[in-house]
Write a protein that binds this ligand. Sequence first.
Ligand SMILES: Cc1cc2nc3c(=O)[nH]c(=O)nc-3n(C[C@H](O)[C@H](O)[C@H](O)COP(=O)(O)OP(=O)(O)OC[C@H]3O[C@@H](n4cnc5c(N)ncnc54)[C@H](O)[C@@H]3O)c2cc1C
Length: 221
Amino acid sequence: MERIKILSTVHLTHDVLGITAEKPAGITYTPGQAADISIGKQGWEQEMRAFTFTSLPDDDHIAFTIKTYPARHGVTGQLLSLTEGDELIIHDIFGDIAYKGEGIFIAGGAGVTPFIAILKQLEKENRIGNNKLIFANKTKADIILEDWFSRLLGDNFINVLSDEENADFRHGYISADLIKQYMDGHLEHVYLCGPDPMMQAVEQQLSSLGITGGAIVKETF
Ligand SMILES: Cc1cc2nc3c(=O)[nH]c(=O)nc-3n(C[C@H](O)[C@H](O)[C@H](O)COP(=O)(O)OP(=O)(O)OC[C@H]3O[C@@H](n4cnc5c(N)ncnc54)[C@H](O)[C@@H]3O)c2cc1C
């Protein structure tokens, strides 16, 4: 457990915060992993929530990309009021998502955060290859780091919007047909992260395509 100071906060979308903070001494994590975080303010120090590192292990700071829910009056609502110099407390580091090789990343909303870290690492190592990201959101305004993903992945960045008709994007939910369209023959790895209902739906679709078990690297947000 370590107390660290926030270095900056920025709005990445209307409800997503980018927070950078001091790097705790001796911290180790792999791209895709998360930490239990609480806020270093009276009344909030025991309220831990999991957030994924969107910085890289070698960076001189740590960063998080956090979707906020002020209406829930929980931790993410409180994070909206924090500024430079306020403190976070880092507890355990954990997480099941790690890069195992080229494949399709499938994310719903803030579930994209482990893939931000993994794709940043691959970008740094010039190993983006033919990796693809299928990203489900309600509207275009909800897409986190749209410009960065577009530049990084080009046509391998596939957006699906459920609540907005937009000529530039697919409309509806992720489907087995859509996934199949982006499977080039044999698909070795699928990385899946998002809210529970989305995860269940996509796992069923993957199963109908014969993708099960160890081929799926996943975490529920
Ligand atoms: C391994 C892991 C990594 C994660 N990484 C990230 C990340 O990088 N970025 C990110 O944005 N998120 C991430 N999450 C999700 C994140 O942990 C939650 O969004 C966060 O805990 C929400 O905290 P909160 O205190 O604001 O709200 P909550 O603790 O979810 O809610 C506070 C209260 O609001 C009520 N409530 C809860 N859900 C609802 C609802 N749907 N509608 C109405 N009321 C509700 C309940 O009374 C609840 O006690 C991750 C989750 C996991 C498991």
